[in-house]
Write a protein that binds this ligand. Structure first.
Ligand SMILES: Cc1cc2nc3c(=O)[nH]c(=O)nc-3n(C[C@H](O)[C@H](O)[C@H](O)COP(=O)(O)OP(=O)(O)OC[C@H]3O[C@@H](n4cnc5c(N)ncnc54)[C@H](O)[C@@H]3O)c2cc1C
Length: 373
């Protein structure tokens, strides 16, 4: 029996595991993830701003493995040896005939050791718990959010929403090293978001970065010092370290540049954020939609390769995106049409619930928590 190893059980890895078990029951599938449960990342900011219980975002691999019939190992993968067909996780080794690496991304501090040591992040469920606990324990004068991308905007408005209820004197400042926030989006989107942040009294400083930080204070590159501050880091991401052991070219973030079939080597596929797939000369955006499609295509290409059939090129459809803000306003594009205001936020939550894992009960509980928050 041929063996498939899947590294990472996020959107791409779980999609691959489900398709493999459903469409090729004779392949054995082992999924490795360092955590016991998959986390629905797009709703993480709502654990802060809307006080959604973090447990509602989790889907236990034990449940998924029982339901779909794959093996699950809770392990931190340290190295992948494609030519030898081995995944190493500490002292354990898992042999494979086919691989899907879907290990996602982690925060990048760009060598800023003070930030790495003292900043809060929002990339995992534990990060959300830590940040929520820090804001419950302490009322800083200033919250500094480093990074003016999608996540930075979501986090800044989520902190604003939380503090508006509990401690309205807390100031929120977003710092962005580039000349504008949301620089990769249409100018109308960044102008709309910036105007909104102003209305919420969230300050924005562009062309500025975090120069130093400790557990209570933050110093910016323009010399400003906040003596009683809490730093949240959303300023960059990099591939999980085990991705570095895969063959093939990597981009600056350490993501693997894959071919149209998502391969980095024969029988080895990379999917989701860990992969850079270029369509029409443009690299695909890291998104849930791309990860789900790539996970499914990687699985189907493994099945095709196993049956000596031709592989299928991966062509994810970009249905759109939304920058949701916690004051129920947002800006986005759905099926090519710009959407803004509460309609954009409604669309965001609709997509989250539609793609939610773990069944109707969880979707209803989440919908209730979002509405209540
Ligand atoms: C706060 C936040 C908000 C977001 N909002 C949106 C949004 O609104 N819309 C949208 O489309 N996208 C959003 N994204 C991005 C989206 O979540 C990602 O594009 C998506 O999760 C990528 O899926 P993936 O399967 O590649 O990786 P992930 O979902 O990150 O899964 C990677 C998995 O690999 C595991 N892993 C990592 N390293 C190892 C290792 N060494 N050993 C074992 N396991 C490992 C991790 O535990 C994780 O389970 C958001 C992301 C964040 C952080």
């Amino acid at each position: 029996m041929s063996r498939v190893a899947i590294v990472g059980g996020g959107f791409a890895g779980l999609a691959a595991a489900m398709i493999l078990r459903r469409e090729a029951p004779r392949l054995s599938v082992t999924l490795l993830d360092r955590n016991p449960a998959a986390c629905y990342l797009p709703l993480l900011p709502d654990c802060i701003g809307r006080a959604i219980p973090p447990e509602l975002l989790l889907y236990a691999y034990a449940d998924a493995s029982r339901r779909y019939g794959f093996d699950f190992w809770q392990r931190q993968v340290t190295r992948i040896d494609c030519p030898a067909g081995m995944v190493y996780a500490g002292d354990a080794a898992v042999p494979f005939d086919y691989l899907v690496c879907a290990a996602g991304m982690q925060p990048n501090f760009y060598g800023n050791r003070a930030a790495a040591e003292h900043a809060y992040c929002l990339a995992t469920i534990d990060d959300a718990r830590r940040l929520a606990a820090a804001l419950a324990e302490r009322t800083p004068v200033q919250v500094v959010v480093a990074g003016g991308g999608y996540t930075g905007v979501e986090v800044a408005t989520a902190v604003w929403r939380l503090c508006r209820k509990r401690s309205p004197a807390v100031r929120v400042l977003m710092v962005e090293r580039a000349a504008e926030i949301l620089a990769a989006l249409p100018p109308a989107a960044s102008a709309y978001v910036r105007a909104h942040l102003r209305r919420l009294n969230i300050d924005v400083a562009c062309g500025v970065s975090v120069a130093a930080a400790d557990s209570r204070s933050v110093r910016l590159s323009d010399g400003r010092v906040y003596a009683d501050a809490l730093l949240v880091w959303t300023a960059g991401v990099q591939a999980a370290p085990c991705v570095d052991s895969l063959p093939g070219q990597k981009n600056q973030q350490g993501r693997v540049i894959v071919d149209d079939y998502l391969r980095c080597a024969p029988r080895c596929f990379v999917a989701g954020d860990a992969a850079v797939q270029t369509v029409g000369g443009v690299p695909l955006r890291m998104s849930v939609q791309a990860a789900l499609t790539q996970g499914s295509v990687a699985a189907r290409n493994i099945i095709a390769a196993h049956r000596n059939q031709p592989l299928r090129a991966c062509r994810p459809r970009d249905l759109g995106w939304v920058v949701p803000m916690a004051d129920n306003n947002g800006w986005g594009i759905a099926l090519g049409i710009p959407v803004r205001g509460p309609a954009a936020v409604f669309l965001h939550y609709l997509m989250c619930l539609y793609r939610g894992r773990g069944g109707v009960g969880r979707a209803l509980a989440l919908a209730g928590a979002i509405a209540k928050g």
